[in-house]
Design a binder for this molecule. Structure first.
Ligand SMILES: CC(C)(COP(=O)(O)OP(=O)(O)OC[C@H]1O[C@@H](n2cnc3c(N)ncnc32)[C@H](O)[C@@H]1OP(=O)(O)O)[C@@H](O)C(=O)NCCC(=O)NCCS
Length: 183
């Protein structure tokens, strides 16, 4: 497997055509059951996110005799000073000293996906390690559906729950997780 870290905006933009079919396949599975509308939302989000300073994308490519192709990807970006990331939590009121952001303090893992037939071989974990490699952020956060196998997987990777969030009315409930990189 070949892993590539991309931080250049133009190079990140060029990856979108390869990311889309992986996203579509992975998030069509339960509990996500996403369809074309959700994939279109992903494409639109990515168009904005990949231009954010501090954006990082890591891709995992097969390079074997069966030909090359994307097996998985992970990307993320720093939380902006003006973020509402921590204030939308349903079941907890975090102190200002915790929620304060300066554009560098917290890195968000936005998406992490490995194609079903490539799972269980350490690709997800390697993508995650590469995504965080060299970061100067104090902590990493992400949200995950509590009923997804990935929820236990992230705890296995050292994340701890902070609370729950519902990004919009009628949206599923997500668990917000955090992992400290330095104190
Ligand atoms: C979550 C996901 C990225 C994991 O990828 P993967 O390549 O299968 O994971 P890995 O093979 O790297 O996992 C390796 C480690 O996690 C452990 N693990 C695997 N599944 C686990 C689970 N459900 N709960 C706890 N630990 C788990 C393995 O035992 C292994 O641990 P070890 O190295 O200590 O032996 C993949 O399942 C996926 O794409 N899921 C669908 C998309 C998704 O839910 N993404 C996250 C939300 S954005």
């Amino acid at each position: 497997m070949k892993y590539t870290t991309i931080t250049d905006t133009a190079a990140a933009a060029r990856q979108l055509d390869a990311l889309a079919p992986v996203y579509e396949t992975v998030f069509a599975e339960p509990p996500y059951l996403e369809g074309p509308r959700d994939v279109a939302d992903f494409l639109q989000r990515y168009q904005h996110e990949h231009k954010t300073p501090g954006f990082r994308l890591v891709t995992a490519h097969t390079d074997g005799s069966e030909g090359s192709g994307l097996a998985g990807f992970a990307y993320g970006l720093p939380l902006a000073t003006s973020t509402g990331w921590w204030t939308g939590l349903l079941d907890t009121n975090l102190p200002e000293a915790f929620t304060r952001e300066d554009g560098h303090r917290t890195f968000v893992v936005m998406e992490l996906a490995v194609l079903p037939h490539h799972r269980g071989h350490g690709i997800g974990q390697t993508l995650h390690t590469a995504l965080l490699e060299g970061l100067t952020a104090e902590r990493v956060t992400l949200t995950v559906r509590p009923e997804a196998p990935a929820a236990a997987w992230y705890e296995h990777l050292g994340y701890t729950p902070v609370g729950h969030t519902q990004p919009w009315d009628g949206a599923p409930i997500y668990r917000s997780l955090i992992k400290m990189l330095r104190t």
